[in-house]
Design a protein around this ligand. Structure first.
Ligand code: GNR
Ligand code: NI
Length: 174
């Protein structure tokens, strides 16, 4: 088991499209284990493979609350096969630390995915889990939540974020 480094915006790999998984082998299972461990350590409620530098269509999600921990979903080749309604909720991202914003999403989605053995599952969710499914699928297309903001909000984000990075750099030099 190993923690993996989480890539941060604006690393170019985060903009790339991930490739479908075709081999359900030990290497895939190891990556899934590492991703889950990295997500829990962060802590976060989801993590997509490209966030740890692997352009593979796999995500891990655990949106369970403290009363009911460990509802770990490992979704390989996930697809949203149905969506309904509208939602506007605040999102953050482990690859965009220190920033959050309201993002428009569907309210309810049905996810079809394979597990690490290649068996197919479907799960319908709303609330945080539904949002998280959509957020993680976006990562597999190279899309970050900040890409879903209005052009104005996005450019404000970029200015603020780049300023923060610069300040952090100067702190590290001092
Ligand atoms: O940990 C996370 N929290 C979160 C909160 C609101 C909407 C989406 C998320 S996903 C995020 C982890 C992450 O960046 N996954 O890609
Ligand atoms: Ni994210």
């Amino acid at each position: 088991m190993a923690l993996r480094r989480i890539l941060h915006y604006p690393e170019p790999l985060l903009k790339e499209k991930s490739v479908a998984v075709t081999e359900f082998n030990d290497e895939l299972r190891q990556l899934a284990t590492d991703m889950a461990e990295t997500m829990y350590a962060a802590p976060g409620v989801g993590l997509a493979a490209p966030q740890v530098g692997e352009l593979k269509r796999m995500v891990v999600i655990d949106c369970s609350d403290s009363e009911e921990p460990n509802d770990l979903i490992v979704a390989v080749n996930p697809e949203i096969i149905a969506s309904e309604g509208d939602s506007l909720e605040e999102e953050g991202c482990l690859s965009v630390p220190g920033f959050c914003a309201n993002v428009k999403r569907a309210e309810t989605v049905t996810l079809r995915y394979q597990d690490v053995e290649g068996n197919t599952h479907e799960r319908t969710a709303n609330g945080l889990l539904g949002i998280c499914m959509q957020h993680e699928l976006d990562h597999l297309e190279g899309i970050l939540f900040v890409d879903r903001l209005s052009p104005l909000k996005r450019s404000l984000f970029r200015k603020k974020y780049m300023k923060m990075l610069k300040e952090r750099e100067q702190q590290n030099e001092a």
